[in-house]
Ligand binder design. Structure first.
Ligand SMILES: [Zn+2]
Length: 104
């Protein structure tokens, strides 16, 4: 096994907390991170851009939608009728939505 590089900027952080929440608190404190609730989950997973556009099913529907978002969501997703709001990345155009567990 290779030893941990002592000259690296990286250093190990040993968690004392047993729960995920406690470990996050330790990590935030150790790294001096500031949690901004307004920016939480606001970055695109595909391109890392900040900022989404709220979209309605009618905006993304390939058969009736208009504009840049038309056809960005499959008919199968829209046919479920369970998703009422989508979020589109303003940079790359990827569309996200909240799915129910065990769904898509
Ligand atoms: Zn994006």
């Amino acid at each position: 096994m290779r030893p941990f590089p002592s000259t690296s900027l990286a250093r190990p952080l040993f968690h004392a907390g047993h729960s995920t929440e406690d470990q996050f608190r330790e990590l935030i404190a150790a790294l001096g991170l500031v949690f901004d609730r307004g920016r939480f989950m606001q970055r695109c997973a595909a391109c890392n851009a900040l900022g989404f556009e709220r979209l309605l099913p009618s905006d993304v529907d390939g058969s009736s939608g208009e504009g840049a978002w038309r056809g960005r969501v499959t008919a199968k997703v829209l046919s479920l009728g369970t998703v009422r709001e989508f979020m589109g990345c303003r940079r790359c155009g990827k569309v996200y939505w909240v799915s129910v567990a065990g769904g898509l």
